[in-house]
Design a binder for this molecule. Structure first.
Ligand code: SAM
Ligand code: DTB
Ligand code: SF4
Length: 370
């Protein structure tokens, strides 16, 4: 078995990323086979349980309230609707439901209690449950674990240096601290990032240095290609070239050998051949379903046809780790602490974020005047 290393340098990672493609693919595919069943792909379905109206300024995100995008905002989804969606996801072959909320961080209170109930409900359907709710404290992570959460998604998104060019309302260290809080429980860590935001190849390598240095490394790592949404500061970014995606997936596979590497946002821009290359390069997870959180994703039937063509099989739930126990609200040991954590707000100025915010203000003023 190739060893899991936590001390990869940026230079070493760059050397891997820039190898002649056939060598890179051969090395990544070899490592993939040492650690994984190469024809199995884990399938997750995303569910936006609270959409839009977010206080943050993440330059890529259509859900940030300060930008003007086409998405429709919603209050927290009722538990019964979440259950119905999870059942649909299960019937279509997903082993995991990933619930996303447009929150900066989790706050103790009735909405978080509802989310805990959603976790219990999906766990009872014998599916893996993942949440991505922003920053969490140790006690909140413990409450999620107790409810039966399988994974928590919290992306580093880019290198520490480039993060500052994309987001000003929260800091990289808060992301790392949240991952640390999740690690204090038996919930698995899902953390990755986005390429195509204008970052350099060095930044991509920097993100992989940060992810690989986590000990243990994340159990899953989503690699998203930016979906450039009109109205966001990154609306004019050119689509990621498939070769960049393949190189990023292959390099991720090599430095995170035991991790499930997920081909995430941006698949609608990728051909079937391009995706097949990514699977060969070590991607072994996808988001399925016609919608990501707010943007389109390939049709499930098309994905299943692609699996058939490639001889890929959807992984059964709890293949990698046993199903966590789910404790009811009444029997729960961890209670809300009413914490007021001091997550940071660097608030430095990012020119393109400022411009997008200004543009949104003008559009809203014009709409009001009509
Ligand atoms: N609000 C929580 C947070 O930011 O941690 C959870 C939801 S947030 C939408 C989850 C992740 O989605 C982000 O960290 C980012 O990696 C990804 N994401 C958001 N918008 C994207 C876009 N336009 N293209 C690609 N990935 C995106
Ligand atoms: C992740 O890394 N990608 C997913 C999931 N984790 C939450 C979200 C992708 C969102 C793409 C833009 C949208 O649909 O809003
Ligand atoms: Fe809010 Fe998350 Fe979108 Fe940032 S990525 S604006 S925190 S929903």
């Amino acid at each position: 078995m190739s060893e899991v290393r936590h001390n990869w340098t940026k230079e070493e990672i760059l050397e891997i990323y820039n190898k002649p493609l056939m060598e890179l693919l051969y090395e990544a595919a070899t490592i993939h086979r040492l650690h994984h069943e190469a024809n199995e792909v884990q399938v997750s379905t995303l569910l936006s349980i609270k959409t839009g109206g977010c206080s943050e300024d993440c330059g890529y995100c259509p859900q940030a309230a300060r930008y003007h995008t086409d998405i429709e905002g919603n209050d927290l989804m009722p538990v019964q609707q979440v259950k119905a969606q999870a059942l649909r996801a299960k019937a279509s072959g997903s082993s995991r439901v990933c619930m996303g909320a447009s929150w900066r961080n989790v706050k103790d209170g009735p909405e978080f209690d509802e989310v805990l109930e959603m976790v219990r409900t999906i766990n009872k359907l014998d599916m893996e449950v993942c949440c991505t709710l922003g920053m969490v404290t140790e006690n909140q992570a413990k409450r999620l674990a107790e409810a039966g959460l399988y994974a928590y998604n919290h992306n580093l998104d880019s290198s520490e240096e480039y993060y500052k060019e994309v987001i000003s309302t929260r800091g990289y260290q808060d992301r790392l601290d949240t991952i640390d809080n999740v690690r204090k429980t038996n919930v698995t860590v899902c953390s990755g990032g986005i390429i195509g935001m204008g970052e350099s190849v060095e930044d991509r390598a920097g993100m992989l240095v940060a992810l690989s240095s986590l000990n243990p490394q994340p159990e899953s790592t989503p690699i998203n290609a930016l979906v450039a949404v009109e109205g966001t500061p990154l609306e004019d970014q050119k689509p990621v070239e498939i070769w960049d995606m393949i190189r990023m997936v292959a390099t991720t596979r090599i430095v995170l050998p035991e991790t499930q590497v997920r081909l995430s946002a941006g698949r609608t821009q990728m051909s079937q051949e391009g995706q097949a290359f990514c699977f060969f390069a070590g991607a072994n997870s996808i988001f399925a379903g016609d919608k990501l959180l707010t943007t389109p994703n390939p049709d499930v039937n098309e994905d299943m046809k692609l699996f058939e063509k490639l001889g890929l099989k959807a992984m059964k739930p709890f293949t990698k780790k046993v199903q966590p126990k789910s404790v009811s609200a009444e029997e729960s040991e961890y209670k809300p602490l009413g914490e007021n954590p001091k997550w940071t707000r660097p608030d430095h100025k990012i020119e393109r974020n400022e411009e997008a915010k200004q543009k949104a203000k003008e559009i809203r003023a014009a709409e009001k005047a009509e």
